[in-house]
Design a protein around this ligand. Structure first.
Ligand SMILES: Nc1ncnc2c1ncn2[C@@H]1O[C@H](COP(=O)(O)OP(=O)(O)O)[C@@H](O)[C@H]1O
Ligand SMILES: [Mg+2]
Length: 230
């Protein structure tokens, strides 16, 4: 089975009320290990909803989600948190960083939630240095996040997302807040990371950004069009 396997996934917000929204209306999708994939669609098409479910931050209303052959659609919050920690790195919109903390503190955070790792202080520090080198920020270890540029903040968010060696890296509009040149640099970073074997899926409303990925899927009104083969 593919790394991600979705069967008729739906998400309805505020079901059975006047405010009901069918954000996802039956998504079927397979993503294999190692793919570098974009899902492109206009605002309101369901991109963030899908990404949050793929990231085990939310659960579908119906349908099935298998991640690495495990069904995760029905897990409770505690079990989903464990899956997130073991398998998934997520870069959310607006970075989600702690601005008054240093780069090293922000990036190291997930290491404290990974009970399986039991790393010593020096091992943690080494791992933080490794990922910051990978994203090109090795000189900013002790800088406060609030003092970084938008592109640098995005690099911190990506470093934090990959620090636990996830199989799956998800990003919600990772270039949305960046100018064109910086956006290009961040896409080059994703491309370089994809060559390390991590499976990458990003969502974007920007077709030019999507075209820099090896596979592009289109989402419209909660449905995937042409779920073309990789
Ligand atoms: N928490 C929520 N409660 C109710 N409706 C929501 C919620 N989140 C998103 N929606 C609605 O679901 C649809 C899809 O939203 P979203 O997944 O955020 O789209 P996108 O990321 O493509 O802009 C939109 O109509 C949006 O208003
Ligand atoms: Mg969105």
């Amino acid at each position: 089975m593919a790394l991600i396997h979705l069967e008729s996934l739906t998400k309805t917000y505020a079901p059975n009320t006047q405010a009901q929204v069918e954000a996802l209306r039956g998504i079927c999708l397979d993503i294999s290990e190692g793919e570098f994939c974009a899902i492109v669609g206009t605002s309101g098409s369901g991109k963030s909803t899908l990404l949050h479910i793929l990231g085990c931050l939310d659960v579908p209303t119906s349908g099935r989600y298998y991640l690495d052959s495990q069904e995760v659609s029905t897990l409770n919050e505690r079990k989903r948190a464990r899956i997130r920690n073991q398998y998934i790195g997520i870069v959310l919109q607006e970075f989600g960083l702690l601005p008054q903390r240093t780069v090293i503190e922000n990036v190291a955070l997930p290491l404290y939630f990974d009970q399986s790792a039991h790393l010593s202080y020096s091992q943690r520090k080494q791992r933080v240095q490794e990922v910051l080198t990978q994203v090109g920020l090795e000189s900013k270890l002790n800088t406060l996040v609030s003092q970084l540029s938008g592109g640098q903040k995005q690099r911190v968010a990506i470093a934090r997302a990959i620090i636990n060696h996830p199989k799956l890296l998800l990003a919600d509009e990772p270039t949305g807040a960046l100018d064109q040149k910086t956006a290009g640099e961040i896409m080059e970073l994703f491309s370089a990371l994809s060559h390390t074997g991590v499976t990458i899926l990003l969502v974007t409303h920007d077709k030019n950004i999507a075209q820099q990925c090896r596979r592009v899927l289109h989402i419209e009104d909660g449905l995937l069009a042409d779920a073309g083969q990789p």
